[in-house]
Design a protein around this ligand. Structure first.
Ligand SMILES: Nc1nc2c(ncn2[C@@H]2O[C@H](COP(=O)(O)OP(=O)(O)OP(=O)(O)O)[C@@H](O)[C@H]2O)c(=O)[nH]1
Length: 409
């Protein structure tokens, strides 16, 4: 498969940022930790090599101490302070590369003045600076390249001034330094490209994961919504019932209200299925507006709706008032339904309420509300009936009915 090169990938965009910017921001902490660790190690090596200078090249010992301590010491301290500043990781890496270049210059300046015969052997240690800039600090490839070329030039500018240098020595040195330069640069490039590739893979996996989570959340939402009315569906009711069992409500009483559209089959037959759908949507809206936000309102069946309400009081008055309000609101919509006695769409309502017991089935409350609904239908429809939680029977005359009796017909 075709793959973009490292630099092409860096200049691509993720949202409003280039990959390079986002990569630098996201990987800042990891790269800084590595930079910190390696700078500390390198500083330890570099300054402890003053001892090597003193033992190996005693004629330039004083100069070594002076140059290492006064020329390289302060920038090294400043480098650690710079790592703490809120600047991009690239700048910090560039600063580290510059300090290594400066350390190379200082080291070369120490060696130039030495007449000691060990200086030629010791000079091979200069290749370590190339390795530091490529495979130890692992800065971005361009910094690695420019830094290495600078160090390489610095070493070969120095080599001519070393005591005892001849053409053979230079050739030997080149035979080692050129492969080190090229191979460590290749290693740096491959490391940078591979890190970027892994990072981009992570980003795309993360993006996919987020998209999937959003789609799952949407699917979950849709699967609990009735598409016609927008109310909760039966599945949502089951989930809510399970939640009630798991985590009983603070209020210790539960009311179940079942609302059924009267003579809806006739409505469909008379006005058509599409009009029937519109009617169901209007009834659903009326029910929703009559209920509180805390009430669970769901489409229970074709033209049947169910409301679950948690209550503080054992008295059914509150649930009955809500049921009556629903009946009134639907009747007030005045949706024509000619074949019926009222000439408009009405609903019958069955209510049941009782103490909430997580062990007892919600089914029992629903069953009793259904019996009350059946009674409401049987008694002529467009009314509210209450079912006794204790006996499971509909109560023919509960006091609240004096309110409703045909008030919105
Ligand atoms: N338009 C439409 N009709 C539906 C939908 N779901 C169920 N129905 C219809 O609702 C009607 C319910 O009829 P029945 O159960 O006989 O009850 P009813 O005619 O309302 O009579 P009562 O309930 O006894 O007053 C059936 O004709 C179903 O086809 C729906 O989503 N849209």
């Amino acid at each position: 498969m075709f793959r973009l090169s490292y630099y092409q990938q860096l200049s691509q965009h993720i949202g409003s940022m280039t990959v390079r910017q986002k990569y630098d921001i996201d990987r800042h902490d990891v790269r800084l930790r590595s930079l910190h660790l390696h700078t500390s190690l390198l500083a330890l090596f570099y300054f402890s090599y003053t001892l090597v200078d003193i033992f190996l090249l005693p004629d330039v010992a004083f100069r070594s101490v002076l140059l290492r301590a006064l020329i390289v010491g302060p920038p090294t301290v400043m480098l650690f302070a710079y790592y703490k500043r809120p600047v991009s990781i690239r700048r910090k890496e560039l600063a580290a590369v510059l300090v290594v270049c400066l350390a190379t210059v200082a080291w070369c300046a120490v060696l130039i003045g030495s007449e000691n015969p060990h200086v030629l052997g010791y000079f091979y240690a200069g290749l370590v600076f190339l390795m530091v800039l490529t495979i130890v600090l692992i800065p971005p490839f361009e910094y690695s390249l420019y830094g290495s070329l600078f160090v390489f030039a610095c070493l070969y500018a120095t080599i001519g001034f070393l005591a005892g240098t001849d053409r053979g020595y230079v050739m030997n040195h080149l035979a080692l330094s050129v492969p080190v330069l090229v191979l460590t640069l290749i290693a740096n490039y491959r490391f940078c490209a591979e890190s970027l590739r892994l990072y981009l893979e992570n980003v795309s996996v993360e993006t996919l994961r987020e998209e999937l989570a959003a789609r799952n959340a949407e699917l979950e939402r849709i699967s609990h919504v009735d598409p016609l009315t927008g109310l909760a569906n039966r599945r949502a009711l089951d989930r809510h019932a399970a939640e009630l069992q798991r985590q009983p409500p603070r209020q210790s009483y539960l009311a179940v209200i079942i609302v059924d559209v009267d003579y809806f089959k006739t409505f469909n037959d008379c006005y058509g299925h599409a009009e029937g759908d519109r009617c169901l949507r209007a009834v659903a809206r009326a029910i929703r507006t009559a209920c509180d936000a805390d009430d669970v309102v769901c489409r229970f069946g074709g033209e049947e709706f169910l409301i679950l309400r948690s209550e503080y009081s054992p008295r059914p008055r509150c649930a009955l008032a809500l049921a009556e309000n629903i009946r009134y609101k639907v009747a007030s919509l005045a949706i024509p339904h000619q074949p019926t006695q009222e000439g408009k769409v009405t609903v019958s309502v069955g209510v049941c309420s009782g103490p909430f017991d997580p062990e007892a089935e919600l089914e029992r409350l629903i069953k009793t509300a259904d019996i009350a609904l059946y009674e409401a239908k049987r008694e002529g429809r467009n009314r509210v009936r209450y079912g006794s939680h204790a006996t499971g029977n509909a109560l023919p005359h509960f006091p609240i009915f004096s309110l409703n009796a045909d008030s919105a017909t």
